[in-house]
Write a protein that binds this ligand. Structure first.
Ligand code: ACO
Length: 324
C-alpha cells in the first residue's frame, strides 16, 4: 500500500481589474502587436490596493474547500508559494490559516518564484506520503504588480496577479502509475543563475522590496530546455511514455517558451493548457491557475495523466506528474 496525495478540490481567483496591452501602451512605449508576437499575452489582471496576496489566496482556497466539501478546520497544513508576501514576516500562509478558521496544524510559505507551486506541491506530497498530514492545501498566490517597475517595458508587460490552489487528501494507492493523485514531483535549482532573474531589493541587503530585474534572453534560453529536460526525466523515472500523457499544464510565462517546450517534447499544442494570453505570468500562481482553468473548462477530466513543468528565478525548475 502506498499513500497518494489525491486532488479533491481546486480553486482560483483573478482580481477584477483587467489591463489590456493597449492599456500598457499608455504607460510604456510598447504595442499590442509587439506583446502578442513576443509573448502571446493579451491581458493581465491587476489587484487593487486593498487586495493582498493573502486575500487572493483565501478566495481561491474558499472555492477549493467548497468543491472538496470541507472547512478550513479539515486541513492539517497549508503550503503557499509566493515571492510577493503580504509582509516580510510572518508567512502569508498564516493569514490564510486564520481566515479559514484552521486552528491546528501548520502553515508556511515557500519561496521559489515561478516554480513555487511545484516546490510547494512536493513539500505537501511528502508530508502526506510520510503520514505527517492527511489533508493539505497547496496554494500559489502572487501580487506581482507590486514588484513590477511600470517604467520598464522589458518586464512590466509580462506579469499579472492571481491565485490558484489544490487540496490534497491522503488516499491508498497500489504504488504504480495507474494510481490517481500526485505520482511524482522533481525539483531543482542552480543558484549561479540568481542574478539573471531576481528582485533588486531584500530585507537583509537594502531594506527594500525591490523590483523584478531580468535578463529576458538568458531566462528564455534556459526555460524551454529545463522544462523539457525535467519532463523527460520524470517520465523516464516513472516508466511513462509521452504518448500516455493526456495534457501538458506548463508554467505560463510566454507562449513562445510553452511552444518551444512542447516542440522539444513532441507534444502537439492541442494537448497543452494555455492561459498566458489571459493571465500573463502570475509566477507561483500560474500552474494552479492553468490547472483550475483546465478543469473548469472541462478539458481536464478525471483519470487523465497531467505533466506540469515549470521554471523560474533561482534558477529553479521542476515537474510534477499527476493523475486526476
Ligand atoms: N515593447 C516593445 N519593445 C520592447 C518591449 C516592449 N514591451 N520590451 C522590450 N522591447 C524591445 C527591446 O528594448 C529590444 O529593443 P532594441 O533591440 O532596440 O534593444 C527589442 O524589443 C528586442 O528585445 P529582445 O530582448 O531581443 O526581445 P525578445 O524577442 O527576446 O523578447 C522577452 C523579450 C519577451 C522578454 C523574451 O526574452 C522572454 O520572454 N524571455 C523570458 C522572460 C520571461 O518569461 N520571464 C518571466 C519570468 S521567468 C519565467 O517565468 C520562466
Amino acid at each position: 500500500m502506498t499513500l497518494r496525495s489525491r486532488i479533491v478540490g481546486t480553486g482560483s481567483f483573478l482580481p477584477e481589474h483587467i489591463s489590456t496591452n493597449d492599456d500598457m501602451a499608455k504607460i510604456v512605449e510598447t504595442s499590442d502587436a509587439w506583446i502578442v508576437e513576443r509573448t502571446g499575452i493579451r491581458v493581465r489582471h491587476f489587484a487593487d490596493e486593498n487586495t493582498y496576496t493573502s486575500t487572493m489566496a483565501i478566495k481561491a482556497a474558499e472555492e477549493a474547500l467548497k468543491v472538496a466539501g470541507m472547512t478550513g478546520d479539515d486541513l492539517d497544513a497549508i503550503v503557499l508559494g509566493t515571492v510577493t508576501p503580504d509582509k516580510t514576516f510572518p508567512a502569508t500562509a498564516v493569514y490564510v490559516q486564520a481566515a479559514l478558521g484552521m486552528k491546528h496544524g501548520c502553515a508556511f510559505d515557500v519561496v521559489a518564484a515561478c516554480s513555487g507551486f511545484l516546490y510547494s506541491l512536493r513539500a505537501a506530497d511528502n508530508m502526506i506520503r510520510l503520514g505527517q498530514a492527511k489533508t493539505v492545501l497547496v496554494i500559489g498566490s502572487e501580487k506581482v504588480s507590486k514588484v513590477t517597475d511600470f517604467t520598464d517595458r522589458n518586464t512590466c508587460v509580462l506579469f499579472g496577479d492571481g491565485a490558484g490552489c489544490v487540496i490534497l487528501k491522503a488516499g491508498e494507492g497500489k504504488g504504480d502509475v495507474s494510481d490517481s493523485g500526485v505520482l511524482d514531483t522533481l525539483i531543482y535549482s542552480d543558484g549561479t543563475y540568481a542574478p539573471e532573474l531576481c528582485s533588486t531589493g531584500g530585507a537583509s541587503t537594502n531594506h527594500e522590496v525591490g523590483f523584478v530585474s531580468m535578463n529576458g534572453r538568458e531566462v528564455f534560453r534556459h526555460a524551454a530546455v529545463n522544462m523539457a529536460d525535467v519532463s523527460l526525466e520524470i517520465l523516464e523515472k516513472n516508466g511513462i511514455s509521452l504518448s500516455d500523457v493526456d495534457w501538458l499544464v506548463p508554467h505560463q510565462a510566454n507562449i513562445r517558451i510553452i511552444e518551444a517546450t512542447a516542440k522539444r517534447l513532441n507534444v502537439p499544442m492541442d494537448r497543452v493548457i494555455c492561459t498566458v494570453d489571459q493571465h500573463a505570468n502570475t509566477s507561483a500562481a500560474s500552474i494552479p491557475l492553468a490547472l483550475a482553468d483546465g478543469i473548469k473548462s472541462g478539458k481536464l477530466k478525471k483519470g487523465q495523466l497531467l505533466l506540469l513543468p515549470g521554471m523560474g528565478s533561482g534558477f529553479t525548475w521542476g515537474a510534477s506528474l499527476i493523475r486526476l
